[in-house]
Write a protein that binds this ligand. Structure first.
Ligand SMILES: Cc1cc2nc3c(=O)[nH]c(=O)nc-3n(C[C@H](O)[C@H](O)[C@H](O)COP(=O)(O)OP(=O)(O)OC[C@H]3O[C@@H](n4cnc5c(N)ncnc54)[C@H](O)[C@@H]3O)c2cc1C
Length: 415
């Protein structure tokens, strides 16, 4: 396929670049938004940027025009992302809401829901989070235990979620709950959206190794949710969750951080004991490996772009991108630390090479290998759906949820 822009694509690219030039500054190194502006001011500035981006028609390029989108083909979104990556813009605040929660609301919500929630989310006025994972339900999401019980037109929710990115600044959340424990685990789930300021919701921040605190534990005690905020039918929440997760798989392929180019630049500038790092045979060998991986990823991404430009949906092979990128990021960061020797301990962006991008990447890259599907889960997807290998063994699929062993029973119960 020819990867040069068509005439229409070139016009869109020029428009996108022009708007970004006028509204954002060019990216210099790997500075983060909250690193520069702090949490409170950073959120305020991010909302302001998002409002302008939405007003200019760049916040929802592929969405239907009636919901504030432009109705363009997905390839235009790829072009926008390529252009935006060159600029210093807020990242992460709106991705879960616009990338996963709102597309689910669009698929399952009423017309009134869409009119009420979509424009405010697009303009960054209201931010959304995803309340899926629990202490004992991550990869095996259908094993979740947060309960929902209906009485009249209201549901009462009790339980705990964890790793909820952004819950501390979000206004709305999507949540999957167990409404019927008497049927097999995938069948007794019901999905809602809810106001994060509801009485009974307690958000506790989790401190990360990087010093940041981007995700949370969220506790629910008798939280009341109107039945009108249910998405999908009672007991069919698994299907609704799959819609959210399919959108997540598309969103998370894009793991950002220092790559081959940055490592190459570092190796050229560093002096080791016996000369420049770039002349060292072991360093050159590792660089060659990552160059090959980067090229492989580039061509895999081209396959996705080809599918998008032909109006097709990228398939499960998209999982390869995330699997390879996330572990490569961790390897590259860890090798850069070796090269930097004692300098690796310097976290101050003002003095560390590349504004401490390798140090930061070393701390957040393990999370990238877990979020949006761990390495093992992605390998399972690739094995089953790309290579057609036999499926993982799932012995609990047909057993009523409340009959599954929890490990809390007496040892006798397992015999
Ligand atoms: C940065 C970050 C942000 C996140 N944000 C959110 C969020 O906003 N909302 C939300 O709901 N969740 C969020 N999560 C949680 C994330 O979805 C889960 O951490 C992930 O699904 C893995 O679940 P777990 O942590 O319970 O690990 P587990 O599922 O307990 O896995 C533990 C280990 O066992 C392996 N494993 C599990 N099952 C299998 C299997 N069948 N075959 C082989 N190996 C297996 C896993 O690969 C892993 O190595 C976030 C996580 C991170 C790291």
């Amino acid at each position: 396929m020819d990867f040069s822009d068509t005439k229409e694509e070139a016009v869109f690219r020029a428009e996108a670049r022009g708007w970004l030039e006028a509204n954002a500054e060019r990216r210099q190194g790997f500075e983060t938004w909250t690193g520069r502006y702090g949490e409170t001011d950073g959120l305020k500035r991010a909302k302001d940027f998002q409002a302008r981006k939405a007003a200019a028609g760049f916040a929802a390029i592929t969405w239907p025009v009636e919901y504030g989108g432009r109705g363009l083909a997905p390839i235009s979104q790829v072009i926008w992302s390529q252009e935006e990556a060159r600029f210093f813009v807020p990242r992460g605040f709106f991705e879960i809401g616009l990338g996963m929660c709102i597309p689910t609301l669009m698929a399952y919500g009423t017309e009134a829901d869409k009119k009420r929630y979509v424009p405010k989310a697009l303009a960054g006025e209201e931010i959304w989070c995803q309340l899926f994972s629990e202490p004992a339900a991550g990869s095996d999401l259908a094993g979740l235990r947060t309960r929902s019980v209906k009485s009249g037109d209201t549901w009462t929710i009790n339980g705990q979620k964890i790793w909820t990115s952004g819950a501390h600044f979000c206004d709305w959340g999507v949540i999957v709950t167990r409404s019927d424990p008497k049927v097999p685990k995938h069948k007794g789930l019901t999905y809602f959206f809810l106001d994060m300021h509801s009485p009974g919701i307690e958000v506790r921040r989790i401190k990360q190794i990087s010093g940041g605190s981007n995700f949370n534990e969220v506790y629910f005690t008798d939280v009341q949710v109107p039945d009108a905020q249910r998405l999908g039918r009672v007991g069919e929440g698994w299907g609704v969750s799959i819609t959210t997760l399919m959108n997540e798989r598309l969103a998370v392929g894009d793991v950002r951080g220092p790559d081959f180019e940055e490592l190459f630049t570092l190796a050229k500038s560093l002096e080791l004991e016996d000369g420049p790092a770039i002349r060292d045979a072991a360093v050159r060998e590792r660089l060659a490996d990552w160059y090959v991986k980067s090229q492989g990823l580039k061509y895999t991404r081209f396959r996705t772009m080809t599918a998008l430009s032909r109006g097709q949906t990228p398939g499960p092979e998209n999982s390869i991108g995330k699997l390879v990128t996330a572990s490569k990021l961790q390897d590259v960061a860890s090798f850069a630390m070796d090269l930097l020797d004692m300098g690796g301990a310097v976290l101050d962006p003002a003095v560390a090479p590349l504004r401490a991008a390798f140090q930061e990447a070393l701390l957040y890259s393990p999370g990238s290998r877990i979020a949006g599907g761990s390495d093992e889960i992605l390998r399972n997807i690739i094995a089953e759906r790309v290579l057609g290998l036999p499926a993982d063994v799932r012995v609990d699929k047909e057993v009523p949820f409340d009959e599954l062993p929890t490990g809390r029973e007496s040892p006798r119960a397992h015999r």
